[in-house]
Design a protein around this ligand. Sequence first.
Ligand SMILES: [Zn+2]
Length: 298
Amino acid sequence: MKVIFWGTRGSVPSPGKETVRYGGNTPCVEVRLTDTRLVIFDAGTGLRGLGDALVKRGGSIKAFIAVSHPHWDHIQGFPFFKPAFISGNEITIVGAQTKQITLRQMLASQMDKVFFPVQLNELKAHIRFHSMREETIRVFNGTLTSMFVNHPSFSLGFRLTVAGRSVVYISDNEPFDREVAKSLKNVDKHVVDRYMKQKGDPNQRVFDFARGADILIHDATYTPEEYVNHVGWGHSDYLFTLKVAAEAGVKRLVLFHHEQTRSDDKVEDILRTCLNEIKKRSYRFECIAASEGLELDW
Ligand SMILES: [Zn+2]
């Protein structure tokens, strides 16, 4: 089994010579269980490249696409995912929905004819939708568990477990602070209530969710200095990201959702700082920065 990164950038695609090493596509991570069975975390613009690679390889696929939330950077690749246009492919899209909008509508509305030439109901693949709250479902020979994390409106983190091994994907998440939460109104109340009910550190929910993971892919959008001016935007500074990995006792941490203006050199600065912090604090996990094309054995 392999974990392959097709999009690592947060918020908006950021192509150009400054981002060529870590990549400019928005979130998309493939977990390849076999050549034809895969679980995909998020449908950001990185999904286009994954789709092209799958078509090139040939044969029908069965895929789950786990959508963390419907902000543009997490769904915009879907209309360009070629396997969705080919009959014989089976695609199950899982994610949260609200009273105002279903999961299907979230993806269909960006393909409305005002915005896109092909509509969702014209796609030839067999496409199913399965809405999730906080629960565990069966995917192929493994399980997929979801948890609401702290991000404007709502966002899900996912934990995929297959044959006793786990990968945790938390693309967009901000440290939850009870005082800050009282003054901000940008997260759905049912999500805030879950954190408020947590005894002790409200972020314990996240630590427990990621407990013992072989791979933790987590938001590391900001430096601590930048975070001060972005409270309530729904993202982490890298020191919190390290804390999640340490508290959860994961084996390997992947810094993810790079800030859109961050150059490759600056991503490397952040990684270097993280490695120093890990040494200083005697943390025991491995830490890398997500880059487009990175493949991890899992
Ligand atoms: Zn995002």
